[in-house]
Design a protein around this ligand. Structure first.
Ligand code: C5P
Length: 299
């Protein structure tokens, strides 16, 4: 029994971090958008343990990988015996703020549940997802959503029509940003936290009913403060994007990727070229159409 699945990534159009909780995590509200850049997972029920291989040598294939943790938690919850072999074909950069590892974990849970004939219902899958990581619940579905709490409370939103036909440029430099470092760094920038709550829903409403030109100014990410302070290149890339055709630009999650939303593919391509001319070649400079429905199944 085997199955192949695509595993998409995300950007945050808004990431408003509030207070740190007793468990060390922060309360937050986010507006998250699925993005059609995919890893691929080939999953087979075989052997008697959890085996992970990956096309990229730098990616850990032991139990520190969220794919293995997802397979372990699925087995513990269902009591299924027997092993699983996963091959992961990575295209989403790591430490880029694009949620690739979280997406891989969600894809593993969904694939295993399918391969075993759906022993777990939605609510239990969601619980397992939330235990694996703050962004994993968002990746259990493929639509834009508001996320609250630690990230595990997912609220569907109306289609973000203002993004229809736009082109997204993702620029990731040659370095990554560890997420725990970015959150810790917020302590030095209290003014970047605790913006009034409700902005994620408000932005979703404005992007559903209005234009990007009007709503673009409301894009916000608390983590820009510590990350731009340490890595000024990222701020310069964002400013360059806004001065050269982007209607909105922001740091993705905790970085290091910066995204720019352009009116069309030609503008995104020429912006990508302009950024390369100004700052040199970056490790990722990819243009994708927005928003579009994209199935996670492999044809
Ligand atoms: O949940 P996840 O393992 O993806 O979180 C990675 C890190 O990001 C956490 O260890 C924590 O430092 C930070 N984080 C946080 N509050 C959240 C989500 C993540 O402080 N709501």
């Amino acid at each position: 029994m085997k199955l192949s699945r695509k595993s998409h990534c995300k950007i945050n159009l808004l990431l408003n971090v509030a207070d740190q909780r007793d468990d060390g995590f922060h309360e937050l509200e986010m507006l998250m958008l699925p993005v059609p850049i995919f890893d691929r997972l080939d999953i087979e029920l075989a052997g008697d343990s959890i085996e992970l291989t990956c096309n990229q040598p730098g990616i850990p294939t032991d139990s520190s990988n969220l794919v293995c943790q997802a397979a372990e938690s699925f087995a513990a919850k269902t009591g299924v015996t027997g092993g699983v072999c996963v091959h992961l074909e990575k295209s989403i950069p790591t430490e880029g703020g694009l949620g690739g590892g979280s997406s891989n974990a969600a894809a593993t849970l969904l694939a295993l549940n399918k391969l075993h004939d759906q022993p777990l219902g939605q609510a239990t899958l969601h619980e397992l997802a939330a235990e694996l990581g703050s962004d994993v619940p968002f990746f259990m579905q493929s639509e834009a959503a508001v996320a609250k709490g630690r990230g595990e409370i997912i609220e569907p939103v109306a289609p973000l029509d203002a993004l229809d036909g736009k082109s997204l440029l993702l620029v990731r430099p040659g370095f990554g940003v560890p997420t725990p470092w970015a959150y810790q760094g917020l302590a030095k920038f209290p003014q970047a936290k605790n913006r009034p709550l409700g902005q994620a829903n408000e932005l979703a409403k404005n992007l559903a009913n209005g234009s990007l030109a009007e709503a673009g100014d409301a894009f916000y990410n608390s983590l820009e403060a510590p990350v731009f302070d340490k890595f000024p290149l990222l701020k310069l890339i964002k400013q360059h994007a806004l001065a050269n055709g982007a209607e909105a630009a922001l740091l993705c999650g905790s970085g290091s990727t910066v995204f720019a939303i352009c009116p069309d593919a030609a503008t995104a391509q020429s912006l990508s070229q302009a950024i390369e001319t100004e700052f040199g070649k970056q490790s990722l400079a990819q243009t994708v159409p927005l928003p579009g429905y994209f199935p996670d199944t492999v044809a």
